[in-house]
Design a protein around this ligand. Sequence first.
Ligand code: CTP
Ligand code: MG
Length: 202
Amino acid sequence: MNLYGIVVAAGRGERFGVPKAGLVVQGLSLWQWAVAALEAAGAAGVIVVGEVPGGIPGGARRRDSVAAGMAALPPDATHVLIHDAARPLATPALATAVIVRLAVGDVDGVVPALPLGDTIKRVEGERVVETIQRTGLVAVQTPQGFRLEALRAAHAADADDATDDAQLVERHGGSVVYVPGESTNLKITYPEDLALAEALAP
Ligand code: CTP
Ligand code: MG
């Protein structure tokens, strides 16, 4: 297993109000937190995609930024962890758990996920139209680990957008499993998330 990391740190941060990768939590930029977690878990190298020091240019959609990162991987890479810069609090232990499951060798992808805490409803405008059975639903995080060949094939097979990489692998018929995520591994999406991350950071 020759495992590398890709931290996606491009994007416009429309919901936050500004691009997020350079935001600082306890003295470190979000993208630096993300890189540190993958390095501490043993990634042989980490490629950062986005307008940060040492980063390579991203794409219009998240999946395009991932593709840019994959294109920059060294030829000896066999496995990859894809991680959002917007998740600074994912721990090295979580990345390690993903790697350990991936190393078993029987699946194409591994994602961290947690059961949903809230009741989930479908709405149309202000009207609640349905309560979704929560059983069997999980919320998915990053870092996500893949056999590089499987991720490359999934990207090549389909040009539609996806909010994570596992979705592309699933659509291509690949096998994806989950390991327990971390409740502190929040994603910085809205401005108020930053204060929460500041409070939760180790
Ligand atoms: N990302 C990326 N390239 C894009 C879009 C997103 O590298 N074209 C990265 C972001 O930097 C982030 C992760 O993918 O680390 C998750 O994306 P998201 O939180 O949606 O960030 P933005 O797309 O920037 O925010 P928004 O959707 O609110 O515009
Ligand atoms: Mg986005």
